[in-house]
Ligand binder design. Structure first.
Ligand SMILES: Nc1ncnc2c1ncn2[C@@H]1O[C@H](COP(=O)(O)OP(=O)(O)OP(=O)(O)O)[C@@H](O)[C@H]1O
Ligand SMILES: [Mg+2]
Length: 222
């Protein structure tokens, strides 16, 4: 369960305060795919970062199952993040000097698995996204769609309950984007089943179970 209540986020810009999230609330109880749309600067990335504990809210609560994400220590939050959340970004964020397999192993190593265990988990993950044969390739030896599939394998290697994707197909052509979404959808179903995806792609929006528009600092169901 992911529940957000009265979330506020503002940034200070010199002597000005910019309010991005203004009392936003919502709850996801059961496995589903939720789409978030909104104009550039509406606060979509800000929201995703806060939900995953990568950024802190100015006010309000985020509950992950029964844990209040921002009342626990940074150490506990980071452990919860590593075990329960997977992130996929528009520009993949793979480490260029590591192979596809090594990139995919990282969350498992950070989560305390042995190198052997991490390797096994990552191999399984790359197989799931159809890239077993590219394990030894570095990101610059992979296409954009392949890099994003590695990023998805990495995001899912710990079988996170929540998969947060920020415009995961934004940098891909329509066909590749569609394929990447199918992979994302499939792995989300196999792990926690809750996929929260920011997207501008209307074809993908149509495939989501619920869609919200982030506007004026709050979410509106559409
Ligand atoms: N670290 C920061 N410091 C100051 N302002 C910030 C910071 N991060 C984001 N903002 C501001 O917050 C607002 C929302 O940014 P955010 O990146 O969440 O938008 P977005 O909806 O993801 O946009 P896009 O579709 O372009 O990715 C913007 O006006 C941005 O300038
Ligand atoms: Mg953004």
């Amino acid at each position: 369960m992911l529940s957000v209540s009265d979330l506020h986020k503002s940034y200070r810009e010199g002597d000005q305060i910019v309010s991005v999230l203004k009392g936003l609330s919502f709850e996801i109880k059961s496995p589903c795919r939720v789409g978030i749309v909104g104009t550039s600067g509406a606060g979509k990335s800000t929201l995703l970062h806060i939900l995953g504990g990568l950024d802190t809210p100015t006010a309000g609560k985020v509950r992950v199952d029964h844990t209040d994400l921002f009342s626990i220590s940074e150490k506990k939050r980071s452990r919860l993040r590593g075990g329960s959340f997977g992130f996929v970004f528009q520009f993949y964020h793979l480490l260029p000097e590591l192979t596809a397999l090594e990139n995919t192993m990282l969350p498992a190593l950070i989560g305390g698995r042995t190198a052997g265990e991490a390797r096994e988990m990552a191999t399984e993950g790359l197989k799931k996204v159809g890239l077993a044969s590219r394990s030894a390739h570095r990101p610059n030896e992979l296409s954009g769609g392949e890099q994003q599939r590695v990023a998805i394998a990495r995001a899912c290697v710990m079988r996170p309950k929540f998969l947060l994707a920020d415009e995961p197909t934004g940098n891909l052509d329509e066909t590749t984007g569609g394929e990447v979404f199918q992979v994302l959808d499939q792995v989300a179903k196999e792990s926690g089943g809750i996929l929260l995806m920011v997207t501008h792609n209307l074809a993908l929006v149509k495939q989501m179970d619920e869609v919200f528009e982030l506007k004026d600092g709050t979410l509106h169901k559409i």
